[in-house]
Design a protein around this ligand. Structure first.
Ligand SMILES: Cc1cc2nc3c(=O)[nH]c(=O)nc-3n(C[C@H](O)[C@H](O)[C@H](O)COP(=O)(O)OP(=O)(O)OC[C@H]3O[C@@H](n4cnc5c(N)ncnc54)[C@H](O)[C@@H]3O)c2cc1C
Length: 561
């Protein structure tokens, strides 16, 4: 088993993951320009270590960290509108609120934040307390030509919450839903709960725990994203197989639209025509504001088994993953990391690919499932550690050893990304999905052509890959780019690389996103990916629900008919 490498980017600074589990971030200082809370950011020692690693890897001088902005550094235009008197108490024009709701958390957002550029700031931020407030805000906005941008945790990485309006509206209001943060009702017998959309991941799990239940949906952004955001973006959780996206957990929805409020029926399944839930799942705030959902839950897992398997090359690992994915075993984790990705996370030696394999269950021991999956690995040359994969009934199966080291690196990665960006590097990811019959060729072309672009644009750079999710008919590969930029050109260089990756994915017939949504940034390729007639049908639905086109203009579809 590869040992966790000391000095990997993830660091070993012992800061742990204090806020994630208990959701303490509510009492910490949320950053208005970057990921998470000030208190959990990497310390100076870790930053120096990262600077040293970057310098060594790319043979450059150790980079300097740009000073993060303070709110007093930021100049923003005055709001163009005032809150309606009757709703004044739910609106804010405070600079911290406006700056904190200007961007999501994409690479470009962090760069602009560090540059103190908050020019697209919303004029006002509204914090509705209940549905009545949302109805009132939508009525007011519709009458006054004000764009409304639903906002959950603001963790969008595709321009989904940014008021990029090109002067087409009188003003923009960010509609922050995080005051709608309750688990209202639990139906233990059906294993479902009625939950408000603005609840953050940790608070949601805390509320379900006493009933022995869990949503078991853990995107990497779990700590700082909301149920409504997950549903609106069709987010992907930590389950690598079977329950990959939030979609399957949605039992019923409640949505406020400018044309009225709708509630779908609670049903375990239905064949009654196209699903109204599915129309709003993935609608990214363009068709309505999701206020509540009945969500399908699971019993909390008690049995866990995990193993880390080394492969001499990624292709052999991919073949093992394909066989496991098609064997009906449904592991909770089936993440194949290429050698570079494993090394960056501190769980590999930089020479071998690594498969993180895990099963979880509330009901049964997992040894038989693990044995069958390890057999697929053995058949493909995987090196299997002694005593791999025995069922455990405590959390040590996922929180210790290689699996634990990976988990910690994974959760700290967003903080680290901000540090790397502040050092003038390009740190970007893109993710997709493609059927197995095309994967090998697809992957080779991505590595070659995106690699060429990196060398041309930045002179050097690394491109690594892991599978985040695996389906019987294909994997969801997730690529990570790390490259030095030329001072002053960080955004332009990123833009060129991002566009090139989008073009290649589109040309090869894969999806422009597997779980990062469309927003404003993926529109050019999404517009090509979806059938034209579907686009027209979606626009017609938008016209019916939001005839004045005030909801999140520019996302998914053309703003006004
Ligand atoms: C470090 C990092 C890691 C990430 N990891 C993952 C991951 O593992 N899996 C994954 O799927 N994504 C991931 N993302 C992307 C992002 O977290 C998801 O898209 C998430 O679902 C967004 O939730 P949010 O509450 O932050 O929504 P926001 O960013 O606030 O909004 C996202 C979109 O949904 C709309 N919206 C939000 N709430 C509502 C609502 N109640 N009603 C209607 N529309 C609404 C917004 O208008 C916007 O278009 C990651 C992002 C970051 C920065």
């Amino acid at each position: 088993m590869p040992r966790a490498a000391e000095g990997c980017f993830a660091g070993r600074n012992g800061q742990g993951l204090p806020a994630r589990e208990a959701g303490q971030h509510v009492s910490q200082t949320r950053r208005f320009w970057g990921w998470g809370c000030e208190e959990s950011a990497p310390g100076e020692e870790h930053q120096r270590a990262v600077a040293g690693l970057l310098a060594a890897r790319f043979e450059r001088q150790a980079p300097q960290l740009q000073t993060p902005p303070r709110i007093s550094d930021i100049g923003m235009a005055s709001p163009r509108i005032q809150a309606p008197p009757i709703l004044r108490e739910i609106f804010s024009s405070q600079p911290t609120d406006r700056a904190g709701h200007t961007y999501g958390k994409a690479f470009r957002d962090i760069v602009r934040g560090l540059r103190r550029d908050f020019s697209p700031a919303p004029d006002l931020v509204a914090f509705p307390r209940d549905e009545a407030d949302i109805v009132a805000v939508l009525d007011w906005a519709g009458a006054g030509d004000v764009a409304i941008i639903p906002y959950g945790g603001g963790s969008s990485v595709c321009g989904g919450v940014e008021a990029r309006l090109d002067g087409a509206y009188r003003a923009a209001v960010s509609l922050d839903l995080t005051k709608l943060d309750k688990v209202i009702e639990i139906d233990r017998r059906s294993r479902a709960a009625r939950i408000q959309a603005g609840i953050f991941g940790p608070a949601l799990e805390t509320a379900l725990r006493p009933a022995g239940l869990t949503l078991r949906h853990f995107p990497q952004s779990f700590e700082f994203s909301t149920l409504g955001g997950w549903i609106a973006t069709r987010s992907g959780g930590h389950n690598a197989t079977l329950y990959t996206h939030i979609d399957d957990f949605v039992e019923a929805l409640r949505v406020v639209t400018p044309a009225g409020t709708l509630q779908t029926r609670r049903l375990p399944g239905s064949g009654a025509g196209p699903s109204p839930d599915r129309m709003f799942i993935g609608s990214e705030g363009t068709l309505g504001v999701i206020t509540e959902a009945w969500m399908r839950l699971q019993d909390r897992p008690r049995f866990r088994a995990s193993a880390s398997i080394g492969f001499k090359d990624f292709a052999r690992g991919a073949e093992a993953v394909r066989q496991i994915g098609q064997a009906g075993l449904y592991p909770s984790n089936l993440r194949l990391l290429d050698a570079g990705e494993a090394a960056n996370s501190g769980v590999g030696d930089g020479r071998n690919a690594l498969l993180l394999l895990a099963f979880e269950s509330a009901h049964h021991e997992l040894d038989a499932w693990m044995r069958a999956a390890l057999e697929c690995c053995r058949d493909n040359g995987g090196s299997i550690p002694d005593a791999a994969g025995r069922t455990k009934t405590d959390t040590s199966a996922s929180r210790s050893g290689t699996a634990g080291a990976w988990r910690e690196a994974f959760l700290r990665a967003p903080y680290l990304r901000d540090v790397i960006v502040a050092m003038g590097y390009i740190s970007e990811t893109f993710e997709t999905a493609v059927t197995w019959d095309r994967f090998e060729n697809f992957h080779a072309i991505i590595l070659r052509e995106v690699g060429d672009v990196l060398r041309r644009v930045c002179g050097t750079g690394s491109l690594t890959c892991r599978f985040t999710h695996v389906y019987p008919d294909g994997p969801a590969p997730y690529y990570t780019i790390l490259a030095p930029s030329t001072p002053g050109s960080q955004l332009e260089q990123w833009s060129e690389i991002k566009a090139a990756a989008g073009e290649i994915i589109d040309r090869l017939g894969a999806t422009i996103t597997h779980h990062h949504a469309i927003g404003r940034d993926h529109r050019p390729w999404y517009d090509r990916q979806r059938p034209d007639l579907f686009a027209r049908a979606l626009s017609a639905a938008k016209g019916e629900l939001d005839s004045r086109g005030i909801l999140n203009p520019g996302v998914l579809i053309r703003a006004r008919g």
